[in-house]
Write a protein that binds this ligand. Structure first.
Ligand code: UQ1
Length: 443
């Protein structure tokens, strides 16, 4: 990664940029051409692209974290296949050296004055803004959950936070039998496939460790379907049937009882509540946009707090100098890193066009992909668009569980993410589809 960054420095004639630009600067009043709010997957990728085009010092990234997590690894950490330490890099090494890192957090968006106020009380003025704050996990929304997640070596766990992900494999190992319940909340979530990936990994784990006969597995999901895309839902129903997993649709976790062994679920249609006991409870928490979007961003967002963009161009519906991508937008795609990869090229192209006084030119088709890991060596690679139609990269039946797709998820995607996507060099597999589908993906 350093080689690519240094090369980009040399090519822009700014060898020193790495040392001076990617530092945690705090200016009382900072002015920049492009402000990217959020140094996660989408923000970092689009900032790298823009900085490479505009040169050093033109793009500022507002991000408070020291670490950048590659969150797709969290399911594998849950299964004991990877370590938490494998999933992150220092923020300073992830952000392009051509960008200026302001280590702070957005407190208020003022789209009419082209400024963002930060939590430290500074104001950043921009010509163009890219919002990429991501979505926030809200464990507190479920009474009893946070306390249960504090119990050392307890049976309640969750892959959705670096705070709790290491509890998951511990809970697998402590499990001796009884009910193992995996949940999906009644809110938009990032990586909607992950709540069942960890279920399938656990099922395989119990078989490998001679605990399967003693275990009763439940997937309690708020959704009315097992997966939003029928093509893959059909395949997943066969997986749960074959592996004797009980699926309860429209079933939402509402409380974890203080005894730490029982949870309350509500049927979202009948409103009926029931208590289920468990020996393992894997929780996917409800999620929501971060506070600054929910409360301090005026007409940048919809009622729920998601940034209102045109779903094709990713341009803000009202403010033409503002774009958004990733999990914080209201575009109805699946919230995955692969979607952010496809969106970052659309944002980059359209923002560049606007800067040059041209019309937006690129359309995002809703592409998302979800490597549905189904155990310790198999994976179904789901790829689809806004119409929930499969949009597959490979010339074989992807709805089938495959070892090759598991290797791609576990061993090929992480280096691709760190070396290509974080340097603005990966826009998803649209080029493969371009070759295979006669140009369908490049509009
Ligand atoms: C992808 O582009 C991506 O974004 C970086 C992922 O997130 C980690 C993925 O998991 C996948 C599967 C893709 C799509 C890539 C190919 C080669 C189909």
């Amino acid at each position: 990664m350093n080689t690519i960054k240094c090369l980009s420095n040399l090519r822009s004639g700014s060898v020193l940029a790495r040392n001076f630009s990617t530092s945690n600067l705090n200016f009382a009043n900072h002015k920049c051409r492009v402000l990217v709010v959020g140094g996660g997957c989408g923000g970092t990728a689009v900032a790298a692209k823009l900085a490479y085009r505009l040169g050093a010092g033109q793009v500022t990234v507002l991000e408070s974290s020291d670490k950048h997590y590659y969150q797709p690894l969290f399911t594998l950490i849950g299964g004991g296949m990877k370590k938490l330490e494998d999933s992150y890099r220092p923020m300073k090494d992830t952000l392009s050296c051509l960008t200026t890192w302001v280590k702070d957090r957005a407190a208020k968006f003022n789209p009419t004055t082209n400024t963002v106020e930060t939590e430290n009380g500074d104001t950043i003025e921009y010509d163009y803004l890219v919002v990429a704050t991501g979505i926030e996990v809200n464990y507190e929304a479920i009474p009893g959950l946070v306390d249960a997640l504090k119990v050392p070596k307890g049976p309640v766990c969750s892959i959705y936070s670096p705070l709790y992900v290491n509890r998951v494999y511990d809970a697998f190992q402590s499990f001796k039998g009884g009910n193992a319940i995996f949940t999906f909340p009644a809110s938009p979530v990032k990586c909607p496939g992950a709540p069942q990936k960890i279920l399938y990994i656990f099922e395989h784990y119990t078989r490998k460790n001679k605990k399967r006969n003693a275990a009763k597995l439940y997937y309690n999901t708020s959704l009315p379907v097992i997966f939003g895309v029928k093509h893959y839902a059909d395949a997943l129903w066969k997986v749960v049937e074959k592996r004797d997993i009980n699926v309860n649709l429209r079933t939402n976790l509402v409380e974890v009882l203080p005894n730490g062994r029982e949870a309350v679920f509500e049927n979202l249609d009948t409103k009926e509540r029931k208590i289920m006991d468990f020996n393992l409870l894997h929780v996917t928490p409800p999620m929501r946009p971060p506070l600054v979007l929910r409360e301090n961003s005026g007409d940048l967002v919809n009622e729920a707090g998601f940034v209102e963009v045109n779903r094709y161009t990713m341009q803000h519906m009202k403010y033409k100098n503002i774009f958004a991508l990733g999990d914080c937008t209201n575009s109805p795609n699946s919230k995955t890193a692969a979607a952010a990869a496809a969106q970052c090229q659309v944002v980059y192209k359209n923002l560049s066009a606007i800067m040059e006084g041209r019309e937006v030119e690129r359309n995002y088709d809703g592409y998302a992909s979800c490597p549905l890991v189904t155990g310790y060596n198999t994976c179904i690679l789901a790829e689809f668009d806004y119409n929930l139609q499969p949009l597959e990269s490979f010339p074989f039946e992807q709805a089938k569980e495959r070892w090759s797709m598991f290797v791609m998820k576990k061993d090929l995607m992480p280096p691709l993410y760190w070396h290509l996507m974080m340097n603005g060099l990966w826009n998803g597999p649209s080029f493969i589809l371009y070759i295979r589908r006669d140009g369908r993906r490049l509009m």
